[in-house]
Write a protein that binds this ligand. Sequence first.
Ligand code: CO
Length: 212
Amino acid sequence: MTSYTQIFENNKRWIEQKKGTNADFFEHLAKDQNPDYLYIGCSDSRVSAEEMMGLGPGEVFVHRNIANLVTTIDLNVQSVINYAIRQLKVKHVIVCGHYNCGGVKAAMIPRDMGLLNPWLRNIRDIYRFHQEELDAISDESARYDRLVELNVQEQCINVIKTAALQLSFQEHGYPIVHGWVFDIRTGRIIDLNIDFEGILEKIRHIYDLTKK
Ligand code: CO
């Protein structure tokens, strides 16, 4: 375990290392940000967005919460999405879940979780949407993995439901929405290859927000 004071030592080393490869690193960093990616992932300490993608400061706009949910009344995630798309003009939105997600696990067990109830309810609803498929999987860990994937898929749809996404895609042809699962057992990023344009087209009937 890293001690609290060690963190500041690490920080000093990190600064030296960054300046070692590029003397103007922090001057450059302080100027502006122009990331191509918005990453929406789980708060889980084992899933570190930039590190697993091999990206550095300035390259990815990050939002994390328990079980990587994009809910319509969460002003936090909705503000992040709006800012990233309308102001930063990101080219890709990534929703990244992970196997062994405690939030998804908790949602699979029907019991009172206090303050977490309304949050987990979003995942329980996804289970209900896909109950037939999920209940047909007899192996519990395979069912758990599948719910992680379905949750990512549904959160991608929730991003696609936003006016910011729809208007930007109509005007510029970006951002593209991607669904990933981080396989915590191997370190691999799995692209679920969601049919972004197919979903956008399919939900238009109900969720089209491009018209005034
Ligand atoms: Co998680």
